[in-house]
Design a protein around this ligand. Structure first.
Ligand code: NAG
Ligand code: NAG
Length: 951
């Protein structure tokens, strides 16, 4: 590391460890330079301070050995009251957080700054405390905390203001605390962003300090130590200081500054920090040979909009070169070279001598390659010049201050800072999720690796997250099974608003199930098996079960009432531990023929909510006649018969499907199959059955009315936005996922296509037509169903199924992939003449040549997020992989499409705005849309017309 000793500082630039030949200086000029070939921060202070340091002593960051090393007396005297410890997980009245890591005893006051240093126990929940034996290191460097366990360990600094700027300083002094004589190396992170590698120790007594200025995205920030080798990370001190938002304009939400140097020029000893610098920056003294020191006692003012607020005490001293023709050069050789984009020098100037008449001090700066404007420092007013573009220079960084031709006086400089830019572009997990999961961690005293960001690289054990390029990660799954959890179920789970899966099985949880969990919009599975819960399933959750959007598993909770009002406990029920999705229970009731279905009249909605039972209304033929105005308005037609539009007494719009009397037996079978399936599956993205009619002469099914017709029509005739397309794809995928995973036994749709995806008034998508769906028996440990005939629709048919007659859920995935391609391209599954090729081939040919835009539906006018399109195209490609094992599951597809939607919404900055446009857009087309139901899914026999699709 630093090979420089005092002599180096006296070197002229030509003698420096690196050549300046590449830089455009005048020949022969006599440049004064602080040309220091330093690679590390440490020791700089001593070397440049002009003092003769005693080399035999360990060198600390601090100049003037007295900086951190207070007299022992003071240490003993400054004993803070006990009990203070816990109260200190908060900033003090300045907003400062000041931690002496590993400090065993009470807080103490530093005699120089009057700042109170606190133990760090309340800020981290891991690590071991150690003392450093060398007695001269008391205070900050007298103790440390090491982290032998876990890959990542973090400090959480709280009660900050999201969006504000903070200075964070981390101090390290190894001091051979572990007797290994091996200073460790490890990485530092601020939140989820890499900050700095801590290594490059020269000797065991060396101290390192790293400082960063960042904008924090949340009301807390984490500083994490990450193990990168078999050595053990540790930290001696951690400080946080709030800055004004106007300060350091180089720092914004996506980039920060990491500190390399900060000097107060023209001084030989004593650093300046708090309270002289209200932000507690530490200004090291630096005196440069062959320059002249000037100083003033007068106050140097910051201007009104000062972006740096350098303290007057720092600005009151300056150096000037001996002659106007001499340049001042600040040169640094940095090893390793700071990462791109590079370094920023900030140079501070103030005139501190009253200038004689006609005297002019004017100069310009050159920072590596960037030349600044001519500049005249103002009398007793501080000003700053910095390079606008970060510079990189193979480790060589120089700032030259050079008088202009009209200057009569030599150049001046009072102080400077040198930083390199760090990226803070990566955002941590959504803060609401972080707060919720942290509260859960605290409540249940989770001791696993639950530290740092929940979703980042070292995702907390048991969590799963969803991340997207332009959105913060969200927690989607929490598995705290077998975690010895005690107490009740924390209502805080309800704050994890993106969670889909919660598993709290096999713990000792007691109390009742909080109904607030029903507010989780995406929750599909709640596993509470094997606890000691009591009470009953609360109404909100029961409703979700009934709607088919939630499964609750609660076996082995002896005191839990599981049957609404009739309080039967799980003990009395089957111990199979099946998912108690209500529709499954209903399956038992649906005995092959519709006639046996309940005779219940359709109840009012509120009734429906409180009951776990299914209501399929039984209509008389007369009622249907009335509802359809004597079967006047045909909205669909096929080999089986017709679909009519109808309107019930309460104005509910319905679609009534009736087979014709002459329908073949096979058609009647399918008709009944669909009825059977629809009475047991319920999901917001599956078409729902309102009722049926069955008497000696007539059979009919009554569905909810989907006023916008089918997706095939919309792709062909309507100009859907990309957001609408993704939304439709996502909703259809959710419907299919439910068939595959939510139903018991699972169902394979077998005829997924755009014609079978229907849209309602709000353009919400529902999958329809279950006439040829197949139940899939999980008990047999088989992953496929053998079928006698291959059925499906040309253009959508899984080639593997076609070849093997083995039907799997992945066949639906394949067909869905085709639907997705249609949404992206706006083209049908099989391209019309002259192409006659499948959309899969068409798309993959074009994508092979690289350009996504060549397949995207032109009617979107490029108005879409390109990453979202790419992602969707990738999903479609995976879904349509020739081999079923290479295809994703519908669950994967749903997750991917959610990300597509997030990307697109982030681009458009919308979530609700669209629906208004949509309606107005569609109202004019209502008639056409209705007509399109002609080919809608009610045509379940459309495929039958052409026979099984064996081609
Ligand atoms: C460190 O030193 C303090 C005071 O001398 C003592 O109380 C504490 O137990 C020591 N800690 C360790 C880990 O040795
Ligand atoms: C949940 O965690 C338990 C215990 O760690 C584990 O056995 C189980 O497989 C996990 N379940 C899922 C779905 O990850």
């Amino acid at each position: 590391m630093v090979t420089t000793d005092r002599n180096d500082l006296r070197m002229q630039n030509a003698a420096c460890g690196y050549g300046l030949s590449g830089i455009d200086y005048e020949d022969n000029e006599k440049s004064m330079g602080a040309c220091c070939c330093l690679c590390r921060l440490i020791d700089v202070a001593q070397e440049s301070s002009g003092e003769n340091m005693d080399r035999s002593k360990p060198r600390a960051l601090a100049t003037g050995r007295s900086w951190w090393l207070l007299p022992l007396l003071l240490y003993l005297a400054a004993i803070a009251p006990a009990g203070l410890l816990q109260a200190r997980a908060q900033p003090d009245s300045n907003g400062f957080i000041t931690l002496d890591c590993g400090l065993p005893g009470p807080s103490y006051v530093d005699g120089t700054t009057n700042l109170t240093y606190h133990p760090d126990d309340a800020f981290t929940d891991a690590g071991e405390k150690h003392n450093i034996s060398q007695t001269e290191y008391k205070m900050l460097f007298g103790s440390l905390r090491s982290f032998p366990d876990g890959k990542r360990n973090c400090y959480t600094l709280q009660s900050l203001t999201a969006g504000n700027k903070y200075l964070i300083r981390a101090n390290f002094m190894y001091g051979n605390y572990d007797g290994l004589n091996k200073p460790p190396d490890f990485d530092l992170y601020i939140g989820v962003n890499f900050w700095q590698t801590v290594d490059g120790w020269t000797q065991e007594g060396a101290a390192l300090t790293w400082e960063a200025i960042v904008t924090v995205p949340d009301n807390f920030v984490q500083v994490c130590l990450v193990k990168t080798s078999d050595t053990t990370p540790f930290i001696s001190g951690l400080e946080l200081r709030p800055l004004k938002s106007s300060m350091y304009p180089q720092v914004n939400a996506t980039q920060g500054l990491s500190f390399l140097r900060r000097y107060n020029l023209g001084v030989t000893d004593n650093y300046v920090r708090y309270p002289d610098d209200p932000y507690d920056r530490v200004w090291f003294p630096q005196k440069i040979d062959e320059t002249t020191v000037i100083s003033t006692d007068k106050m140097v003012q910051n201007s009104d909009k000062d972006e740096f607020e350098v303290p007057s005490k720092v600005m009151q001293t300056a150096i000037i070169s001996h002659n106007a023709s001499d340049n001042i050069i600040l040169g640094w050789s940095l090893t390793p070279d700071p990462p791109p984009p590079g370094c920023i020098f900030i140079l501070y100037f103030s005139e501190i001598e009253p200038l004689p008449d006609k005297a002019v001090r004017q100069f310009y700066t050159k920072i590596n390659d960037e030349v600044g404007q001519d500049y005249m420092p103002r009398y007793l007013q501080s000003g700053a010049i910095f390079n606008k573009n970060p510079q990189r220079g193979n480790g060589q960084y120089t700032a030259t201050i050079k008088a202009t031709a009209s200057s009569t006086l030599p150049p001046i400089i009072n102080a400077y800072e040198l930083f390199f830019v760090i990226s803070t572009a990566k955002f941590g997990t959504e803060s609401q999720d972080v707060s919720a999961i942290t509260a859960i961690k605290i409540k249940y005293r989770v001791t696993k690796n639950w530290t740092g960001d929940p979703c980042d690289s070292f995702t907390w054990t048991g969590l799963r997250c969803r991340s997207a390029i332009s959105a913060r990660p969200r927690i989607t799954s929490v598995n705290m099974s077998f975690s010895s959890l005690n107490g009740d179920i924390s209502p805080t789970f309800a704050n994890l608003t993106a969670v889909q899966y919660i598993n709290l099985s096999y713990n000792n949880l007691t109390g009742t199930i909080p109904d607030v969990l029903s507010q989780l919009p995406s929750l599909t599975t709640l596993d509470l098996t094997g606890n000691n819960l009591s009470g009953s399933i609360p109404p909100g959750l029961r409703k979700k079960i009934q709607d088919g959007v939630l499964k609750i598993k609660y076996d082995n909770n002896p005191n839990l009432c599981t049957h609404g009002d009739s309080c039967t406990t799980t003990k009395e029920k089957s111990r199979l531990g099946i998912y108690i999705a209500v529709p499954v229970a209903v399956t038992l009731l649906v005995v092959s023929v519709i006639v046996l279905v309940f005779l219940l009249k359709r109840k009012r909605k509120d009734d429906a909510h409180s009951s776990l039972q299914l209501q399929n209304r039984r209509f008389t033929y007369k009622e249907l006649e009335m509802a359809t105005k004597n079967f006047r308005n045909v909205i669909g037609q096929g080999g089986f018969g017709k679909v009519y539009h109808g309107s019930l007494e309460d104005d509910t719009q319905v679609a009534v499907k009736m087979p014709s009397k002459s329908s073949p037996k096979q058609v009647m079978e399918q008709f009944l199959m669909e009825a059977q399936i629809l009475t047991r599956i319920h999901h917001k993205n599956l078409i729902s059955l309102i009722g049926y009619c069955k008497d000696e002469k007539h059979v009919a099914l009554v569905y909810e009315y989907m006023s916008k017709g089918n997706l095939e029509y919309h792709i062909k005739e309507q100009n859907l936005t990309w957001r609408q397309r993704v939304q439709i794809a996502l909703e259809s995928a959710q419907g299919l996922e439910y068939l595959h995973k939510g139903c018991n036994p699972p169902l394979i749709h077998r005829d997924v296509k755009t014609a079978n995806i229907l849209l309602n008034e709000k353009l919400e998508a529902k999958v329809a037509d279950f006439g040829i769906s197949k139940a899939f028996n999980l008990d047999k440990c088989s992953t496929y169903v053998s079928t006698e005939n291959v059925v499906g629709t040309r253009g959508y048919l899984d080639p593997e199924y076609h070849a093997t007659m083995r039907l799997t859920r992945k066949s639906d995935v394949f067909s869905f992939g085709v639907v997705l391609l249609e949404l992206i391209t706006g083209k049908p599954a099989i391209l019309p003449a002259p192409d006659f090729i499948s959309i899969i081939q068409w798309t993959s040919r074009r994508l092979r040549c690289g350009e996504i835009e060549s397949v995207v539906d032109e009617r979107m006018n490029g108005d879409h997020d390109i990453n979202s399109i790419w992602k969707a195209a990738n999903v479609a490609r995976d879904c349509t992989a020739p081999t079923s094992t290479e295809r994703p599951t519908m669950t994967d597809v749903v997750a991917q499409l959610q990300e597509c939607l997030v990307l697109e919404e982030a681009r458009a900055g919308v979530d609700t705005g669209n629906s208004g446009d949509l309606n107005s857009n569609y109202s004019t087309n209502a008639n056409t849309a209705n007509a399109s139901q002609r080919s809608a899914a009610f045509e379940m026999v459309e495929m039958m017309d052409t026979g099984p699709a064996t081609r």
